[in-house]
Design a protein around this ligand. Structure first.
Ligand code: URA
Length: 224
């Protein structure tokens, strides 16, 4: 029996959330959630899951027509258009998603955003930025494994839009409803899409996604 197409909910304000419904995504995510999964396996599965999410996230990547000659005849096809897409992992845990993303977009440019959250005010701020100043006309893919409170991702996307990005897609392994709600509130009407494997139940008092998978950075880098 064919499975339904990926679940897509379109917010009235225009921000789109795609929850990718695919058995391989669900299978890999289940193993990531399992506390017994060791760091090398976690890293490999996160990498594979990102590639599957990236396939969905790049559905609207911009292309242009090109003429080519096959061994048989002349024909037309498409190639990624310029300016090249920009991939921006948010440090630290987003870095573990980079290989899985650029496997599908090897010609993408890569930037970096280091974000830190003030534990008193809970406001996210940027401590390191490596990307072009002018992102006019750029499609940008932001990598952050856990959309929890949403504060970091909102601040990151604000930075990208301030620099001129006109199409931003956030790829997250998991999301919490609280984070999705903040994104919808703060980024209403902006050109933003979130692609994730699951919107989980809630955040707990410590800010962890429930049921979640724990601290993504610790599990990726073996620092738990
Ligand atoms: N960051 C994580 O790594 N895990 C969570 O559950 C929430 C935020």
């Amino acid at each position: 029996m064919r499975r339904p197409a990926p679940t897509t909910s379109v917010n009235v304000e225009g921000m789109r959330i795609h929850v990718v419904d695919h058995p391989l995504v669900a299978h890999k995510l289940t193993t990531l959630r399992d506390r017994r999964t060791d760091t090398p396996t976690f890293r490999r599965l996160a990498d594979e899951l990102v590639t599957l999410l990236a396939y969905e996230a790049t559905r609207d990547v911009r292309t242009e027509q090109v003429g080519i000659t096959t061994p048989v005849t002349e024909t037309t096809g498409v190639r990624l258009s310029h300016p090249r897409p920009l991939v921006v992992p948010i440090l630290r845990a987003g870095l573990g998603m980079l290989d899985g993303m650029v496997r599908l977009l090897p010609t993408a440019e890569v930037g970096f955003l280091g974000m830190v959250r003030d534990e008193d005010t809970l406001k996210a701020s940027t401590y390191a930025t490596r990307m072009p100043d002018d992102l006019s006309g750029r499609q940008v893919y932001v990598l952050d494994p856990m959309l929890a409170t949403g504060g970091t991702l909102v601040a990151a996307i604000d930075t990208l839009i301030e620099r001129g990005a006109d199409d931003v897609t956030a790829i997250c392994l998991l999301a919490a409803p609280e984070g999705v709600a903040l994104m919808e509130r703060e980024l209403a009407g902006r050109p933003v899409t979130v692609v994730t494997a699951s919107v989980d139940e809630r955040l707990n008092e410590q800010g962890y996604i429930v049921p979640g998978l724990g601290d993504a950075g610790d599990r990726m880098y073996g620092t738990a």
